[in-house]
Design a binder for this molecule. Structure first.
Ligand code: 5GP
Ligand code: SF4
Ligand code: MG
Length: 464
């Protein structure tokens, strides 16, 4: 999911949030929503579909105020329906709370049981609603917004990057492992007193689109509270232990977003270079599975000296195939999405680069299309290791039995997707390319080494 928020001294926070969500569209295409606050009054709108389908000028006109929170959803818990769209809105003694959540809790069942026992009426099927209700309970005990949020977050286990809007201010929170990203930006103010305006965004591309300047990340285990006085920070977790999702870096986040002081384009280019060094092969062309494989393919070409070419043209108006709910729809999606170029491919030995293989269905179809277009050899190179474990922290990589690498060896996968050779980047290479301490990442979908313990019943739902 994508989360976004604005604390402004001027109006139109909802409009800025709309643009922020537009830049974060890749993080979720199922539903979108914006909540705004104008002098204590709440406004909100959400719906199913893309940001541009859910909002228009008229709707945004009816979301006034200088504080706003927005969300683009990609369902990892709960079903796909409008009542599960976010921000989640709950009533508290201090007015409405709007909560936008990216990530997945792992103790949802326990939290839910607890709240239901206390007599709470739950409206949705999401873990995010539970967090909002826990905060409301604490606010109703007369805690301040930050104190209430901290008390609630202490009951939550799992991944949560939160943006919360209230009539009094805006809040940003990351779980102690900082699994999902969240950044802070500042906007120039036209106001006389030169007050700062702030933005919170899942990724820096959400700051770029509104002309905000990146200030810093919200830290793992940090809460920031932004109001008229400016920004206050609290490190609320007893022991923060950074474990940023490596999948954000290799695939999920936009290549023009920055993490660890460089664009993910640069990181992915390096993945391609490492891949070329690890797995040399003779060929005529390097091509990418667009768009996600492009930076690594360029890096592979630079390091190997084999020319890069476009061999597949993507129709950009088809949503990410992976996010569509059924396997049949997914298979239809891929046919609509990619078209090979026979005049580029004919008679050529091709190196095909992608960022990952999850189920293997996309890859198999692409290889078939390349051969039909005249490629004489197809050597597939993947800029990450085999995905053989499910994610419980908010990326929808499916249950383990659907992951092709969970049950098949690399040779078997090569046969199944019908490539001449197949090689995956090493786990060491993927982490070394970050230039950071490898311990500071979650890479559980490649290793099964989950940084946050998964309770038994949840484990059984996704592990073989
Ligand atoms: P497969 O061959 O496994 O069917 O598909 C691999 C493709 O799916 C890759 O191009 C990769 O970019 C994409 N992919 C990998 N993980 C995810 C994910 O979590 N969500 C979406 N939408 N796509 C993914
Ligand atoms: Fe990211 Fe994989 Fe960890 Fe999930 S399991 S948070 S996808 S690295
Ligand atoms: Mg892809």
């Amino acid at each position: 999911c994508g989360v976004f928020g604005i604390f402004g001294t001027e109006v139109e926070a909802a409009k800025l949030t709309y643009f922020g969500l537009f830049a974060l569209q890749h993080r979720g295409q199922e539903s979108a929503g914006i909540a705004s606050f104008q002098e204590g009054t709440f406004f909100g709108h959400k719906g199913m579909g893309l940001v541009s389908q859910v909002f228009d000028e008229d709707i945004l006109q009816h979301l006034p105020g200088s504080i706003a929170v927005g969300h683009t959803r990609y369902s990892t818990t709960g079903t796909s329906r409008v009542s599960n769209a976010q921000p989640v809105i709950v009533e508290t003694a201090r007015g409405k709370l709007a909560l936008a959540h990216n990530g997945n809790l792992v103790n949802t069942l326990q939290l839910r049981d607890h709240l239901v026992q206390e007599g709470l009426n739950l409206e949705t099927t999401t873990d995010s609603e539970l967090i909002a209700h826990r905060i409301a309970q604490e606010v109703n005990q007369d805690k301040s917004w930050p104190e209430a949020a901290i008390a609630a977050c202490q009951d939550c286990q799992g991944a949560f990057s939160l943006v919360l809007g209230t009539a009094q201010g805006l809040m940003g929170i990351r779980d102690p492992h900082g699994i999902r990203p969240l950044v802070i930006g500042t906007l120039p103010s036209k106001g006389q007193q030169g007050e700062q305006q702030y933005a919170l965004s899942s990724e820096t591309c959400g700051l770029d689109i509104i002309g905000a300047t990146y200030l810093r990340d919200v830290l793992p285990g940090e809460l920031v509270w932004i109001d008229q006085q400016g920004i206050q920070s609290q490190l609320w977790a007893a022991a923060a232990n950074p474990k940023l999702c490596i999948f954000e870096m290799i695939y999920f986040a936009r290549p023009d977003s920055h993490m660890h002081e460089e664009s993910l384009y640069s990181y992915r280019l390096r993945l391609g270079k490492y891949l070329a060094q690890e797995s040399q092969v003779e060929a005529d062309l390097v091509i990418a599975v667009p768009d996600s494989g492009v930076p690594a393919a360029i890096g592979f070409s630079q390091a190997s000296g084999i020319p890069y070419a476009e061999g597949l043209i993507k129709n950009r108006y088809v949503g990410r195939t992976f996010i569509q709910p059924t396997q049949t729809m997914r298979e239809q999606g891929i046919r609509m999405k990619l078209n090979p170029l026979p005049d580029v491919l004919s008679g050529k030995r091709v190196i095909l680069i992608d960022d990952s293989i999850v189920r293997g269905t996309t890859s198999r179809k692409i290889v078939k299309a390349l051969r039909e277009a005249g490629a004489t050899e197809v050597h597939m190179r993947i800029s990450s290791p085999p995905v053989n474990h499910p994610c419980f922290y908010g990326i929808d990589t499916d249950s383990q039995d659907h992951l092709i690498a969970a049950t098949k060896s690399v040779e078997e996968i090569a046969r199944q997707i019908d490539v001449d050779t197949l090689y995956y980047l090493s786990w060491e290479g993927m982490l070394a390319a970050t230039g950071e301490n490898p311990d500071h990442f979650c890479s559980a979908c490649f290793t099964g080494d989950y940084p946050i313990a998964i309770p038994e019943p949840l484990k059984r739902s996704k592990l073989m």
